[in-house]
Design a protein around this ligand. Structure first.
Ligand code: CP
Length: 308
């Protein structure tokens, strides 16, 4: 019961640490912000006097901006750290950067970094709440939570629904966090990818694995497409876009294999004609891509409120 739920975490590093009740609690608080954000007066002063440091060591549009917007709508001050203009360019390490930021007494550090485990390391050194905005190939918990809010609002819940995640599973922190969350909440999770885009050395527990995307689509309620993360690939594993699209790109014909009322999701950024056809991405009756972006602000507001 959210009103009386005790959320006992100081940080948000991964989904694995959260209980199903924690997740339901975050989603219920987020729902309040969905309504608020659609109203004329979007502002509160619930975080007045607090400071959020946005530390993005990797590029971002959705996550960085939505954390900034979330915090500002709640009355907090926001500092955006840019690697390009920071002293990391003079050789300062992540650890020294974090110790420096920590000395300025922020209330939240939001961090995105290319190294898996970076957010956990920062949480051990910082005095304030640390929120993982994506670390290497490991975790992107706020993405999974905003995806969950999007799914819950459309399908009513998670138990027994089938979610097919297709694309570059191997390099995707979005896939890992979504698998953790959806499995925990009782959904059936399928992943579809060519062999070289599936993780080799880790168990993907409770997940059905398909090399054939069309088979993975049969009976799916949600089709979640992922981009090829070329920046994390070894050059020899790069797929040829045209052949990849033929087998793993989502178009109208493939989508017809899924349930009649299936929805399409994508964390963004999308690569049109590589993993998804424009006709599907822009289909307002099928695509939830921009709704995911909207839910991202509300979920991040909920997290800031809960960790305040
Ligand atoms: N989905 C996501 O993390 O997008 P950005 O890289 O734009 O933040």
């Amino acid at each position: 019961m959210p009103a009386s739920h005790k959320f006992s975490h100081k940080h948000l590093i991964d989904i694995k640490s959260l209980s199903p009740e924690d997740i339901e609690f975050i989603l219920e608080i987020a729902e309040k912000y969905v309504t608020k954000n659609r109203s004329k007066n979007k502002s509160t002063d619930i975080l007045k006097g607090k400071t959020l440091m946005n530390l993005f060591f990797e590029n971002s549009t959705r996550t960085r901006i939505s954390f900034e917007l979330a915090a500002k709508r709640m009355g907090a001050d926001v500092i955006n750290f840019s690697t390009e203009s920071s002293s990391t360019k003079k050789g300062e390490t992540l650890l020294d950067t974090v110790l420096t930021i920590n000395a300025m007494h922020p209330d939240y550090i939001v961090i995105r970094h290319g190294e898996s485990g970076a957010a956990e390391m920062v949480a051990k050194k910082a005095n304030c709440s640390v929120i993982n905005a994506g670390d290497g190939t490991l975790n992107h918990p706020t993405q999974a939570l905003l995806d969950a809010l999007t799914i819950k609002r459309r399908l009513g819940g998670f138990k027994g629904i089938t979610v097919t995640i297709c694309g570059d599973i191997k390099h995707s922190r979005v896939a890992r966090s979504n698998i953790d969350l959806l499995s925990k909440m009782g959904a059936i999770v399928r992943v579809a990818a060519p062999e070289f885009l599936l993780p080799k050395d880790e168990k993907v527990e409770g997940v059905e694995i398909f090399n054939d995307f069309e088979k993975a689509l049969d009976g799916a309620d949600i089709v979640m497409m992922l981009r090829l993360q070329r920046e994390r690939m070894d050059v020899p594993t790069l797929p040829i876009e045209s052949s990849y699209y033929k087998l793993y790109g989502l178009d109208r014909n493939k989508l017809e294999i899924a349930k009649k009322n299936a929805f399409v999701m994508h964390p963004g950024p999308i690569n049109r004609g590589v993993e998804i056809d424009s006709e599907i991405a822009d289909d307002m009756n099928k695509s939830l891509i921009l709704e995911q972006v909207e839910m991202g602000v509300a979920v991040r507001q909920a997290i800031l409120e809960i960790l305040s």
